[in-house]
Design a protein around this ligand. Structure first.
Ligand SMILES: NC(=O)CCC(=O)C(=O)O
Length: 296
């Protein structure tokens, strides 16, 4: 399967330091996105919940309304800030995620918005797998107490590069989603995410490398910077992994932008050397990518 990534692409992951002030978070994101675009990035990613603190107690008060689209500036200042910034920088801009309130259903979502270099909204991903875990003595978190899940896999074409898939944080633990997107032609799986000090140490890098090696695609994980004063301590360590599961670049814990130059030949050479794409046995097991709920 040659030619998934049709043109080399500089990817930037902005490991943003966020706080309680939404306006300040957006302003800080803007400064970092301008910096990344000046460094030559053409796809720039912000972290999960980049305009708010991460936590169920915060989602309702920080939530913005995105539908019907486009929202007004009052309904979603973040939508308009991202759209203008993508247009100003002429980049693809993935607005990590923001808490969303859908007025029609009266539901909250954890939602990622992707804008084109023309400032147009080109994809919306609502977190499909909500972060509900309970590790006694370490961490209990129940996004589902406030949020409702999204119901689709998000695969989007970024001309002239090719297709990418977008999912959010806990979504990475579900290899089906990654595998389906990769089998439908994604060259890159992007996960804005905020793992924590318990599961970050255990699984952050492992999950990124696993999704890359399973699918022989690039994987990018973009975290908020770690803030030990916050109620939830993000892991940091934003990273890009190549199609052979090698870590191309990894941030530390503080605010930082990391860059990676993605090239189609890395995917092609990996798949040529270890040709699992041609060796699948759909006579033994099912090709689940044929049945997925998709919006391309
Ligand atoms: N924000 C999240 O979905 C956190 C996911 C996480 O920490 C994990 O271990 O998975």
């Amino acid at each position: 399967m040659a030619g998934l990534l049709k043109k080399p692409l500089k990817l930037a992951l902005v490991q943003l330091a966020t706080g309680a002030d939404k306006t300040a978070n957006i302003a800080r994101a803007r400064a970092r996105v301008l910096e990344a675009s000046q460094a030559g990035a053409s796809l720039i990613v912000l972290p999960e919940c980049f305009n708010s603190p991460y936590g169920c107690q915060y989602f309702p008060s920080y939530a913005e309304t995105l539908l019907p689209s486009p929202p007004t500036k009052d309904q979603s200042p973040t939508f308009h800030a991202l759209s203008s910034l993508a247009l100003e920088t002429k980049t693809y801009l993935l607005g990590g995620s923001i808490p969303e309130y859908e007025t029609e259903t009266k539901k909250y979502h954890n939602t990622s918005l992707l804008f084109s270099p023309e400032g147009e909204l080109v994809a919306t991903h609502r977190k499909v797998h909500l972060f509900d875990i309970d590790i006694p003595g370490k961490i209990t978190f129940r996004e589902s107490e406030v949020l409702s899940p999204g119901n689709k896999i998000t695969l989007v074409d970024l001309p002239p590069y090719g297709k990418i898939a977008i999912a959010i944080c806990y979504d990475i633990r579900f290899p089906e989603l990654a595998m389906i997107a990769a089998r439908r032609g994604a060259f890159l799986l992007l996960y804005p995410g905020a793992f924590n000090l318990t599961t970050g140490a255990l699984h952050w890098s492992l999950q990124a490398r696993a999704r890359a090696v399973d699918n022989q695609v690039y994987v990018g994980l973009c975290s908020p910077a770690r803030d030990m004063e916050a109620s939830y301590n993000a892991w940091g360590h934003s990273m890009v992994v190549d199609p052979n599961a090698g870590v191309v670049v990894e941030a530390g814990e503080k605010e930082e932008i990391v860059y990676a130059d993605l090239e189609g030949k890395a995917i092609e050479e990996t798949r040529k050397g270890i040709p699992i794409y041609d060796q699948r046995r759909f006579d033994v097991y099912e090709d689940i990518s044929r049945k997925a709920r998709f919006e391309e």
